[in-house]
Design a protein around this ligand. Structure first.
Ligand code: CAA
Length: 258
């Protein structure tokens, strides 16, 4: 498939998707989201890919949903056309880890997209925000739900109600971001993290992603129950035997599913 709004590359076992609408600061229009969905699904189905990185430009990860495309929408256009959900949910179905490597603006739908990834590595120039209030609308791709879970109710209210931006330091302090690196190190750091994940046993990687995500959707007791079943399932894999034997024999593990 030919893509116009994203660039898709593979680096060994890592799939890299770069949002690429530089003139609009990677504003997320239908075409971009559709291409992103296709690329993510293709990497998820590719046995040679074990981890995915989603990134943008040095100036913008993404400055939000495309305002020019939305300006004249009526309620019925959005409701009947199921805007935003119609092509924003694919990323939530991806089973392999997706790392957001964020430089510059991650605003509105851009910030929401980073929160749909599994973790965020930020460049020191990254800026996060939910400025929809300034347009007299509200976050529409999970911002009011994922932000409070990520950074607390008080800070999420502050961000969504004032529309202010948070810099990388504040985002890391608040727990939105897992690491901050100098801008020029962003892709190196993201690739190092992705390669580390890709060197692990794939079934264990998938089970960890599924288990951590379960914590958002269920009670603690149910989540712990789910985790225990996943833990027990790892004992049905060859990789668990190899991982534990390799540790005891003081040698590197040779995982079959890696
Ligand atoms: N949609 C469409 N185009 C956008 C855009 C967006 N979200 N953000 C930026 N652009 C365009 C600008 O219109 C401009 O285009 P032209 O050169 O053709 O005029 C170009 O990108 C560069 O932008 P600026 O000139 O504004 O650049 P700047 O450096 O002065 O400012 C910025 C950068 C602070 C990010 C500013 O562009 C901005 O505030 N953008 C809008 C951010 C926003 O409101 N996002 C939320 C969108 S709604 C949403 O996302 C809903 C949801 O929950 C899914």
């Amino acid at each position: 498939m030919n893509f116009e709004c994203i660039i898709v590359e593979t680096k060994e076992k890592v799939g890299v998707i770069t949002l690429n609408r530089p003139k609009a600061l990677n504003a997320l229009n239908d075409q971009l989201m559709s291409e992103l969905g296709h690329a993510l699904t293709a990497f998820d189905q590719d046995d040679g890919i074990h981890c995915i990185i989603l990134t943008g430009s040095e100036k913008a990860f993404a400055a939000g949903a495309d305002i020019a495309s939305m300006v004249d929408y009526t309620f019925m256009d959005t409701y009947k056309g199921n805007f935003i959900t119609r092509n924003w949910e694919t990323i939530r179905t991806i089973r392999k880890p997706v790392i957001a490597a964020v430089a510059g603006y991650a605003l509105g739908g851009g910030c929401e997209l980073t929160m749909m990834c599994d973790f965020i590595i930020a460049a020191d120039n990254a800026k996060f925000g939910q400025p929809e209030i300034k347009l007299a609308t509200i976050p529409g791709a999970g911002g009011t739900q994922r932000l409070p879970r990520a950074i607390s109710k008080s800070k999420a209210m502050d961000m969504c109600l004032t529309g202010r931006m948070m810099d990388a330091t504040e985002a890391e302090r608040a727990g939105l971001v897992s690491r901050i690196v100098p801008l020029e190190m962003l892709m190196e750091e993201a690739l190092n993290a992705a390669n580390t994940i890709a060197s692990m046993s794939l079934p264990a990687v998938l089970m960890i992603k599924e288990s951590v995500n379960r914590s958002y959707e269920t009670t603690l007791a149910e989540g712990v129950h789910f985790e225990r079943r996943m833990f027990q399932a790892t004992f049905g894999t060859e990789d668990q035997k190899e991982g534990m034997r390799a540790f005891l024999e003081k040698r590197p593990a040779e995982f079959k599913h890696r």
